[in-house]
Ligand binder design. Sequence first.
Ligand code: ADP
Length: 293
Amino acid sequence: MIDDARSLDEAVERVAGAGVQITGRSSVSGGCIANGARLDLSNGGRLFVKRATTLPGAMFDAEARGLAALRCDDGPRVPRALAVGATGRESFILMEWIDTGRPGPGFHERFGRELARMHRSLSGDRYGFESDNFIGSTEQPNTWSDSWCGFFASQRIGFQARLARDRGRIDSRLSGSIDTIVNRMDSLLVEPDHPALLHGDLWSGNYLCDESGTPVLIDPAVYYGHPEADLAMTELFGGFPPAFYRAYRDETPLQPGYPERRDLYNLYHMLNHLNIFGGSYLGSVRSIVSRYV
Ligand code: ADP
């Protein structure tokens, strides 16, 4: 992976070969953070680029590291990150272009099975990741920890709650209730069989179906954690089709009590939305907190 490109043209030449030029650009919608585009190349190839002027360049470094870490033989397809770089104020990430198709009848079953296999294959021995990354535009700390409950308490809920306090998004009463949850995390969550590499931001906008019907993961916020946290996020905005969950459970049975833990995992994402977008998420945060305090 090229990590020191000084312009997009230079990155394209280093990735695709000397003399290869960009002959066309078409913007791709669907992103929440950056400007995505398809690049058509003079050698007939295509690449996907995301560019941003207001984001820290570290965000694309982190994305490239996450994409590389998620690639495994029996999991979903993951695009190859090819280069990151910066030109003046603009930073960019260049990756393999994925031709998309329509999900066929077996798509979600395959996706559920492959996600379970990925969680099993990419196992670690601690919680966290080799570097911090981002969840949306918010920093996501990943300091290694031996305890899942401790990691989730301090580096997920505790971290976001502190941000929310600092930004004046939550009052002291709500903040106190969240502290109570943080302090009781050992009795609210369970330790998994082993730490698994998670996608970390698995909502419906962060997977694709490629032209051959293969599930593809994009835009991750990876860390080693409890696989339940990935599953919970898939359920946050209406859920994936039932075949996805059936196939996941057939491959890896869930630990008892998962439905009671699901919303606590999603408190992390609701707090993050509150921190990024503001007050409209306060009601969801309050309602989850009231269930666990
Ligand atoms: P953001 O970080 O801004 O949220 P995403 O990574 O989610 O951006 O990408 C935005 C959109 O671009 C996706 O919804 C998808 O449609 C498309 N996309 C992402 N990665 C690729 C790729 N490698 N090839 C083709 N299209 C892609």
